[in-house]
Design a protein around this ligand. Structure first.
Ligand SMILES: NC(=O)c1ccc[n+]([C@@H]2O[C@H](COP(=O)([O-])OP(=O)(O)OC[C@H]3O[C@@H](n4cnc5c(N)ncnc54)[C@H](OP(=O)(O)O)[C@@H]3O)[C@@H](O)[C@H]2O)c1
Length: 243
């Protein structure tokens, strides 16, 4: 399909995992794609894997200053953004009794503050009628033992999306959340085997998502096919949080 032809798409946190899968799909659908990541070598590899004239910017998705620099560069080169994906997020376990300020701050700094400042930085560069996807998680809607802080960050994004969808509606800018269930990426590779099995057990479809399946849902929301969908949350969770 060619749903993103002539569109400029910025994927913050697009150098690996789900973000990279979204970037690849956007490029295949015709978008001019820019990805960010903290590690130069990884960004280079991503740009090579995405192809189609994509470019990369080394930046920390948790840093408001970096996010402003990224958007300024995209504006200088491309003039505007049609599709914005705020994908970066980290997930580490800690039951309530063990939560440290460092654990709490790192999760909220990257997952929430990074998303807030990413969209804030992009506001003037987003074209009227553009589309924004925030990468949420089914964890924001269910209980995930030991991952309470992560889950709370994703619930915060879901809440922000409702407000931002209202605030940006006058400009025709749509804001939606994609909420994956457990998805086979590096993030999951770090999860111990017993936790992995426990995560799959309650998924009706009996497996983790593939990053490409999350990408398909994301690109749908970024495209004009979803022209009347805003403030919504699209679950890609094999039914985990739905049944
Ligand atoms: N995998 C899952 O099961 C799953 C399920 C639901 C939701 N999600 C969400 O999907 C998104 C992508 O996750 P993934 O599975 O693709 O994981 P991943 O492969 O580990 O990628 C994580 C992404 O977040 C960025 N990131 C991680 N820690 C960071 C930090 N401390 N500072 C700045 N950026 C940081 C990474 O950027 P760098 O390139 O700079 O490292 C990368 O773009 C996240 O928001 C995650 O919460 C994942």
């Amino acid at each position: 399909m060619n749903r993103m032809v002539d569109k400029v798409a910025l994927v913050v946190g697009g150098a690996k995992g789900i973000g990279l899968a979204v970037a690849k799909r956007l490029a295949i659908e015709g978008a001019v794609v820019i990805v960010t990541g903290r590690v130069a070598h990884q960004v280079d590899l991503a740009v090579e894997a995405i192809g189609y004239g994509s470019t990369g910017i080394v930046a920390d998705a948790g840093s408001p200053e970096d996010l402003e620099r990224v958007v300024a560069k995209v504006r200088d080169v491309h003039g505007h953004i049609d599709a914005l994906v705020l994908n970066a997020g980290l997930s580490e376990p800690s039951p309530l009794a063990d939560i440290t300020t460092d654990h709490f701050d790192r999760h909220f700094d990257v997952n929430v503050r990074g998303t807030v400042y990413g969209l804030k930085a992009a506001l003037d560069t987003l074209r009227d009628g553009s589309s924004v996807v925030l990468m949420g998680s089914v964890a924001g809607s269910i209980s995930v033992s030991g991952y309470g802080t992560y889950a709370a960050t994703k619930a915060a994004l879901r809440s922000y999306a409702r407000t931002w969808a209202m605030e940006l509606a006058p400009r025709g800018i749509r804001v939606n959340v994609v909420a994956p269930g457990p998805t086979d990426t590096e993030m999951m590779a770090r999860v111990p085997d017993d936790v992995r099995a426990a995560l799959i057990a309650p998924i009706p479809l009996g497996r983790m998502a593939r990053p490409e399946e999350v990408a398909a849902a994301s690109v749908f929301l970024l495209s004009d096919e979803a022209s009347f969908t805003t403030g919504a949350e699209l679950f890609v969770d094999g039914g985990m949080g739905q049944v």
